[in-house]
Design a protein around this ligand. Sequence first.
Ligand SMILES: NC(=O)C1=CN([C@@H]2O[C@H](COP(=O)(O)OP(=O)(O)OC[C@H]3O[C@@H](n4cnc5c(N)ncnc54)[C@H](O)[C@@H]3O)[C@@H](O)[C@H]2O)C=CC1
Ligand SMILES: O=C(O)[C@@H]1CCC=N1
Length: 279
Amino acid sequence: MLKYRNITFIGAGSMAEAMISGLINKEGIAPNQITAANHSNIQRRIELIDKYEINAVSFDEVSLNNTDMIILAVKPKQAELVLQQLKPNLQDHHIILSVLAGISTGFMEEIITKELPVIRVMPNTSSMIGESITGISAGKYVNKDHLDLAQELSEAIGKVKVISEKHMDVFTGIAGSGPAYFYYLLEHMEEVAVEKGMDREIARDIAAQTLYGASKMVIETSNSPEELRKKVTSPNGTTAAGLLALDENGGGKAIEAAVENAAKRSKTLREEFEKVPVR
Ligand SMILES: NC(=O)C1=CN([C@@H]2O[C@H](COP(=O)(O)OP(=O)(O)OC[C@H]3O[C@@H](n4cnc5c(N)ncnc54)[C@H](O)[C@@H]3O)[C@@H](O)[C@H]2O)C=CC1
Ligand SMILES: O=C(O)[C@@H]1CCC=N1
């Protein structure tokens, strides 16, 4: 069970913080079970200690003796170096989770050489408030207990889907990067309202609640997005006019292209940063 486990984040940036915040808001995971390690930014460590009362240390000070789960949360390009540096201190009881976009379990397993469980976990920043949707896929040495633990951790920050690793790129394109597309949408909606003289804060609330309500309708009713869209669209009404403008301006295609391009980038990150490790 997660509540008896100690967790060390390697990397203490936005994604690590979103997960830390979600985890300690969840009953059962005490701040002192969590350690975050970063490269050199002392100010950032102080900020995390003050805000969450977790332990925060520099990468050089990190000790893995009392850790059960290591969560890699550095940039994909740092994967190889960080794993090489961790390798001498890895122990048989360690479970390695990686939130790194693109980087495969096979590559990580190859670097660490020990037969340790490596699990890819793709959350999003809504972990911060326990509303992530997190994709997990297991490496070669993962058993049911390891997977259950990764699932439990992911459930502490939102919902979970266990997926095949071959779908991780598209999952990242939809869910890892997805919040940014919706923020972009909200920014644009807000801007139009502001241009028409509406107060920015009010416009923001209106747009955000509209998105939240629409999402909740998809999640909580048995209707598909298409059915729900049709229910909003009165013949010859305002929605039809709005959707026509979306179509004419390539709205649907733009959304598809965003997901495709993010998924493609996930794949090219792998090609760029997975080199054959030097043993
Ligand atoms: N930001 C997001 O929404 C999501 C990010 N991810 C993945 O999470 C990972 C981290 O992304 P962000 O948090 O956005 O990046 P970030 O740039 O905010 O954080 C990276 C962290 O790694 C630390 N770091 C760099 N080199 C290090 C080293 N040698 N040892 C220890 N720490 C080191 C940095 O000090 C920093 O704290 C990436 O691999 C990304 O693909 C996954 C899902 C969503
Ligand atoms: O932009 C990125 O590469 C990371 C991975 C998913 C979300 N943020």
